[in-house]
Design a protein around this ligand. Structure first.
Ligand SMILES: [Fe+2]
Length: 345
């Protein structure tokens, strides 16, 4: 009988490596409107106003930009063992981490998955005050909760099959008669927890966060414009075709993301810098040639903010053999659109 995969509840948090915690706090907390759960000399732990979990974003100080991991919450503690076994059977590097290895998070399992990404699975988390109606504390875009990860993959069909085997289901795809170019897949009842588009991989394209109203997104753009920091508005505001999300992509300061130096967190989740013209966001709906098919559950209107992380691939220091099932690059890839030029004023 095949081993069951871990029962994943939802996308839970991203851990990004930043070079300047104060600069990161300015961008994520002061401007975007995350709540600061706590900070220490090494990291900031942020959450949205709806969330009672300890954090939905960790910004950890490091030498160079990177994403350390993307984390999924699982249903039960027993799912940690399931993750160990399921990934172990696929030849992936696996590491059990004690409670507190990440502040506010219970025992967890990190893996280097078949696509080359570092994933974390956890169930237990410290509880925090829900700030949903603490309106006096809301500011910026009043970030409510984490929504999704968007990853770049060499082989979209292989990535789709992998996430399907993990129990994810399809919301929408971009495909034609011959190819699958991109897919949006979910565990929680929303359009997606993970979106995958063809491109250089493994690479975290962006992390999506949900905000209560469309006007929060417009206000964020006004805030950046008012202080002549509009270079952080990478794309939008506007509505995506796929997912129907009203969205804006905010580019992080290049100094806020840096390469991880922690063993388990490398090779991290590589992406490219959002400021230097190599990264775009949510390219699927605007990528041109493929026809779009809407499959599965219908999209629903919503507002989200896509945060682009700035990261790149690093040598892995995880022990053990690499997975033999890492998908290889194929012709079935999308090419990212060029990043819009950053306005000078
Ligand atoms: Fe997105």
């Amino acid at each position: 009988m095949p081993t069951a995969p871990p029962n994943i509840v939802r996308a839970a948090y991203a851990e990004l490596i930043v070079t300047d915690l104060d600069r990161a706090k300015w961008f994520w907390v002061d401007m975007l409107g995350f709540a600061l759960t706590t900070r220490d000399d090494e990291a900031l732990y942020l959450r949205g106003c709806e969330e009672t979990t300890h954090h939905c974003l960790v910004l950890r100080k490091g030498a160079e930009p990177a994403a350390a991991c993307i984390a999924f919450r699982v249903w039960a503690e027993s799912d940690l063992a399931a993750a160990e076994q399921w990934y172990g059977e696929r030849g992936c590097r696996v590491q059990r981490r004690p409670a507190g290895a990440t502040r506010g998070i219970g025992e967890s399992v990190r893996v280097e998955d078949p696509l080359g990404f570092t994933l974390e699975f956890f169930q237990a988390t410290d509880r925090t005050e829900r700030l949903l109606q603490r309106f006096e504390l809301h500011h910026g875009a009043a970030i409510a909760r984490i929504d999704h990860f968007n990853i770049s993959v060499n082989d979209a069909p292989a990535a789709y099959a992998y996430y399907e085997s993990l129990g994810f289901r399809c919301s929408e795809t971009i495909e034609d008669e011959n190819r699958l170019y991109a897919a949006w897949m979910h565990r929680k009842p929303s359009v997606h927890d993970v979106a995958m588009t063809g491109g250089a991989s493994p690479r975290l394209h962006h992390v999506g966060y949900f905000t209560p109203e469309a006007h929060h997104i417009l206000r964020l753009c006004d805030l950046f414009g008012a202080i002549d920091e509009q270079r952080h508005i990478e794309r939008g505001p506007g509505r995506h075709g796929v997912s129907n999300a009203f969205t804006c992509t905010s580019a992080t300061p290049t100094v806020t993301a840096s390469r991880s130096t922690r063993a388990i967190t490398t090779p991290a989740i590589p992406t490219t810098s959002p400021i230097d013209g190599t990264s775009t966001t949510c390219v699927a709906a605007t990528s041109g040639a493929p026809r779009s098919y809407r499959v599965g559950t219908p999209s629903r209107p919503r507002c989200s903010i896509s945060m682009v992380a700035s990261c790149r691939r690093l040598p892995s220091t995880l022990s053990g053999p690499r997975s033999s099932s890492v998908p290889t690059a194929s012709a079935n890839t999308l090419h990212h659109l060029p990043t819009p030029s950053v306005p000078k004023d």
